[in-house]
Design a protein around this ligand. Sequence first.
Ligand SMILES: [Zn+2]
Length: 109
Amino acid sequence: MSPDPISVFAKIMVALRLLYRLLNLHYEAAWTDSWSHRRCLHQHQTLIEAAKCAKPRGAGWYVFAVEGDTPRELNETEDRIVNEFRFGTVRGLGDNSGQNLREKPPSPN
Ligand SMILES: [Zn+2]
């Protein structure tokens, strides 16, 4: 018996959506300036790159992810990497920590 074409189509769409998000993931720096929220609008490929962009903007900076066109908060692992950069607690990870994370697919929520 051949598989139900509608369910096969649904599985393909789920896979394509996930792939689109993975291929279009980048990070941006954000900060507050005179009570308004600003973002750098760069497409940083790593968390550390975005954090380095954000750091000179002052103490209230943060990094967020953009999947496709949709901004989202960092997940726990991403957040830890940014905090390690912010507080200088990175041990042996260097600048590649964000890159390593990028090679793993983010959890689909
Ligand atoms: Zn930037």
